[in-house]
Design a protein around this ligand. Sequence first.
Ligand SMILES: *[C@@H]1O[C@H](CO)[C@@H](O)[C@H](O)[C@H]1NC(C)=O
Ligand SMILES: *[C@@H]1O[C@H](CO)[C@@H](O)[C@H](O)[C@H]1NC(C)=O
Ligand SMILES: *[C@@H]1O[C@H](CO)[C@@H](O)[C@H](O)[C@H]1NC(C)=O
Length: 269
Amino acid sequence: MSKDQEYHALMSDPSDELDGHSLMVKLTWTSISHKMLVGLLTAETVALAIAVFALFGRAPQTTCTIPFNPERVLYSPALEAVEHEVKVYNVGFASDFSEFQIPSSPALDEMWSDLYNFGVSRITKKDAARLPNKTHAIPGDDGHYIAALDVFHNLHCLNKVRMALDPDYYPDWRISTTNNWIPSQKNATQHVSHCLSWLRQSIMCSSDTSVIVWQWDSTLNASVFKGNVAHTCRKFDKIQAWAKEHMLTKVYDPTIHIEDDIVVPIFYN
Ligand SMILES: *[C@@H]1O[C@H](CO)[C@@H](O)[C@H](O)[C@H]1NC(C)=O
Ligand SMILES: *[C@@H]1O[C@H](CO)[C@@H](O)[C@H](O)[C@H]1NC(C)=O
Ligand SMILES: *[C@@H]1O[C@H](CO)[C@@H](O)[C@H](O)[C@H]1NC(C)=O
């Protein structure tokens, strides 16, 4: 955890170069092992070879396909806000509850809402052009595009699952009935099913490799599962601050179509 290393993308200016290279992003490595460094240098050499080929080997308009490189991540305008920290989760059983473990109430609803209710963002065209997927321009707001970070959709989804687990308090989210269609959420059964499926894929996508341990307990005379271990986390408050800074505050009219010249690259993996 000693040295900070910065990896700078080759050809990282997206305004004039919209092939695959523009999606190579700048990553700040808060801790880097020798093995990772060797991997990174190798990746850098490969990237340089590809860049040289891209520059001199063919016309720049040609679609560029780059090999998938796990040392890099797809571009997100919020990567500038990514910082890491070591955190120990609340175990969530008696004596180590989190502040979210209180009965359903307006106060709890507000705590959940405060996690994500600013999740729809307004980004520049330059940032929109670097996304791996095309997004739409904001009508009446020249040069700006609508976007949302998935972490906030995840939190929205987890909140809906939580509500479905307490149908006496949230009758609109009761899923053990076919009579639960309300305009604000359409079909709660389908919505909760979507959310569970989404959260499963998100958990698998991030595949947290932090290690849960067993430790000897001399009162029980047995080794027991210990959940209060260290995790490498992205600092949620930084991502939240990014989203609050970029929050889309104007009403977005989805019925107006705006054409643009943004072309997204094709990915192969
Ligand atoms: C987003 O990009 C991925 C990767 O190229 C592609 O598989 C997917 O269909 C795209 N989705 C949309 C909505 O553009
Ligand atoms: C909601 O969706 C479920 C699952 O698809 C279905 O069984 C149910 O009939 C639907 N309920 C309503 C009120 O449409
Ligand atoms: C644990 O083992 C010690 C030593 O063998 C013994 O004195 C003690 O009674 C045991 N405690 C329990 C809870 O079994």
